[in-house]
Design a protein around this ligand. Structure first.
Ligand code: GNR
Ligand code: NI
Length: 174
């Protein structure tokens, strides 16, 4: 397994529509494992392949609380088969938009169909944080970041802060 570098906005590779995998073979399984290792190291609770510059419809997540056993999920070609009318608001963050957080509104409950790491079709019902993170990761597969759900004003404020924090030298006391 390997820890890979995570792309940061406004990298154009975060804006592409990722292609479905034909099947979950050894190569896709290795990608999923590298993604999990990279996600745990970050640390984060989800990661999508485009965040590593890989334009494939693959994502991983683990929303287990600290101190709980690991609960990794690996998904290829995920599709929402149902979303609730009811919405939920979560304060979201993103490893590709480091240290920036904002409220995002999404369906509160979903059903998602995907290929698991054995290339088996599975369907999962999710609510709460899990439903939010699945939708956040699925957005990445279509080149959408959580800041794209905000007003232009809020998105531009975050992008300006990001570019400042990237360029600013570390200040030290002299
Ligand atoms: O680590 C992450 N935390 C998080 C918190 C609230 C809503 C979504 C997320 S996903 C994020 C990791 C990430 O950027 N995945 O793409
Ligand atoms: Ni993200």
């Amino acid at each position: 397994m390997a820890i890979l570098p995570i792309l940061v906005a406004p990298d154009p590779r975060l804006k592409v529509t990722a292609k479905p995998v034909e099947r979950v073979d050894d190569e896709v399984r290795r990608l999923m494992d590298d993604m999990l290792e990279t996600m745990y190291a970050a640390p984060g609770i989800g990661l999508a392949a485009p965040q590593l510059g890989v334009a494939r419809r693959v994502l991983v997540l683990d929303v287990a609380k600290e101190g709980q056993p690991k609960a990794p999920l690996r998904m290829a070609n995920p599709q929402l088969t149902w979303v609730s009318d009811e919405d939920n608001t979560y304060e979201e963050g993103c490893l590709s938009v480091p240290e920036q957080y904002a409220d995002v509104v999404r369906p509160a409950r979903i059903r998602v169909r995907f290929l698991d790491h054995q290339n088996e079709i599975r369907e999962l019902a999710a609510d709460g944080l899990l439903a939010t993170v699945i939708q956040h990761e699925m957005d990445h597969l279509d080149g959408i970041l959580f800041i794209d759900h905000l007003s232009n004003l809020k998105r531009n404020m975050i992008l300006r802060k990001l570019s400042k924090s990237r360029k600013a030298p570390v200040s030290v006391a002299s």
